[in-house]
Design a protein around this ligand. Structure first.
Ligand SMILES: *Cc1c(COP(=O)(O)O)cnc(C)c1O
Length: 458
């Protein structure tokens, strides 16, 4: 970090340019978005989709503003990336200053302080009071790939285990680690081998205690894989794309104990749940889990691409010099932004904002659940909350998934200026992943839209 500062007016101008309010002035998508969409269809691969084809011109705090002047309450935050808010002033200032000082050297040729500072902050804020080291990379999937690489090198073993309903990315190895084949892996094989899918803890459906769910998972690992061949077990403490499943109490620490006893590296994929998303720095803390390795990405740099593998020093140091890294990994601008994110979390007390959002959102959702029996379950932590939608009247018995309801709710909300995301193995989960800048008043506003959308369900 340097003393160079972007003039303060730039930041307040950005704030003034995007008032924190919902406002719809055209049909959705509007005419300019439709024009851009036509251009896009000519030149952008149709393998890249967009949930809502409104083209965004600027964003600040909790609001996205499109090219037609429509303003959306953003309950997606780029899938949990702009956790501390869009164009957050401290991130903008730090990244702008860094752009003027140095943009790239390649840390593996000539290093710089910002990379070291990010590693220090990760060592301080990831769970566990032991010596930790990090490697910085560019994306979540790349962090997963490196976590597996590092664990294999350390253990000298080959097999990788993941849990049912997991999502870990779109590279070759991570495609094999996902639960859902479609759309992530279908037609893209051959996939990486030696990846095993063990049962997870999904209290709403399996009704198991943490101890019983862990015993089931361990039973699978011992019988199907064999502990002595297992390099690592990779687990999202709260599953993201799978539908924000919060594991039963005791599930994660029991698995960690088994991994430690059997020489298996247990890896927390905190790519979606980490970096102040859930009212703690890392969601693992909610469950008393101290993972061997923690994977960060998404929210770590306020919207710039950065990811990390952080964990026990002896595991990170098992790799030979030159074995880890990559051209853009730990880019100085992304690192400067990440330092600003950590500083903002501390300075602005942002862990409390996650808890505030959880309280306001879950109270409002409980009121809706009492009136609409399509809402089967409300779950999550902090600013990572979801509802699971079931077929009406069957909620307590079959809990049959209702993906149709989710797609109708998402589309109604978009037409009324609220961006909600779907999730879930069966597409029947509506997730709320706002930035910590989402005020209580804006949450209440979104809940009135959701209420109307529920009332309008077919
Ligand atoms: C998004 C995500 C990934 C993949 O991250 P990318 O940056 O998209 O490669 C991996 N794991 C989890 C839990 C995620 O949410």
């Amino acid at each position: 970090m340097t003393d160079t500062q972007t003039p303060v007016e730039t930041v307040s101008a950005a704030e003034a340019a995007v008032p924190q309010e919902r406002k719809i002035v055209t049909a959705i998508p509007g005419p300019r978005s439709q024009e851009l969409h036509a251009r896009r269809q000519a030149v952008v691969s149709s393998g890249v989709s967009s949930a809502l084809p409104v083209y965004i011109e600027r964003a600040h705090g909790a609001i996205l503003e499109d090219v037609d002047g429509n303003r959306f309450l953003d309950f997606g935050a780029g899938i949990g990336v702009t956790t501390i808010g869009h164009t957050q002033s401290h991130v903008v200032e730090a990244a702008s200053a860094q752009l003027h000082d140095v943009i790239h050297t390649l840390f593996t040729i000539t290093p710089y302080e910002e990379y070291v500072r990010v590693a220090e902050l990760l060592a301080a804020h990831t769970p566990g009071d032991f010596a930790k080291k990090s490697v910085l990379v560019n994306s979540g999937a790349e962090a997963v790939e490196n976590g597996v690489k590092i664990a294999r090198k350390y253990t000298g073993r080959r097999a990788v285990a993941v849990l049912d309903h997991a999502y870990h990315g779109r590279t070759n190895l991570t495609m094999a680690m996902n639960y859902k084949a479609f759309p992530y892996a279908t037609g893209y094989g051959p996939l990486a081998g030696d990846v095993y899918h063990a049962p997870s803890s999904y209290p709403y459906h399996d009704g198991l205690s943490g101890a019983d769910a862990a015993a089931r998972t361990i039973g699978y690992l011992e019988k199907v894989v064999g502990a002595t061949d297992l390099a690592c077990l990779v687990v999202e403490p709260i599953q993201g794309e799978g539908g924000f499943m919060v594991p039963a109490e005791g599930f994660l620490p029991t698995l960690q104990t088994w991994c430690t006893e059997n020489g298996v590296v247990m890896i927390a994929d905190e790519i979606q749940s980490g970096m102040a998303r859930t009212g703690r720095y890392f969601a693992s803390e909610h469950f008393g889990w101290e993972p061997d390795l923690v994977l960060s990405a998404k929210g770590i740099a306020g919207g710039l691409p950065l990811a990390a593998v952080t964990g026990r020093a002896e595991i990170l140091d098992a790799s030979q010099p030159g074995g880890l890294g990559g051209t853009f990994g730990g880019n100085p601008v992304a690192c400067a932004a990440a330092v600003a994110v950590f500083e903002s979390i501390e300075r602005d007390g942002l862990l409390l904002e996650g808890r505030r959002i959880e309280a306001t959102l879950t109270a409002g959702l409980e009121r809706l659940k009492a009136r609409y029996d399509v809402i089967g379950d409300i779950r999550g932590r902090g600013a990572m909350i979801a509802i699971e939608l079931v077929q009406p009247g069957t909620g307590d018995t079959t809990k049959a998934p209702n993906a149709q309801a989710v797609s109708e709710l998402v589309s109604y909300a978009a037409q009324h200026g609220v961006l909600f995301l779907s999730a879930g193995t069966y597409g029947n989960v509506l997730r709320f992943l706002p930035s910590l800048a989402m005020t209580d008043a804006l949450i209440e506003d979104a809940l009135t839209v959701l209420d109307d959308a529920l009332a309008a369900l077919g």
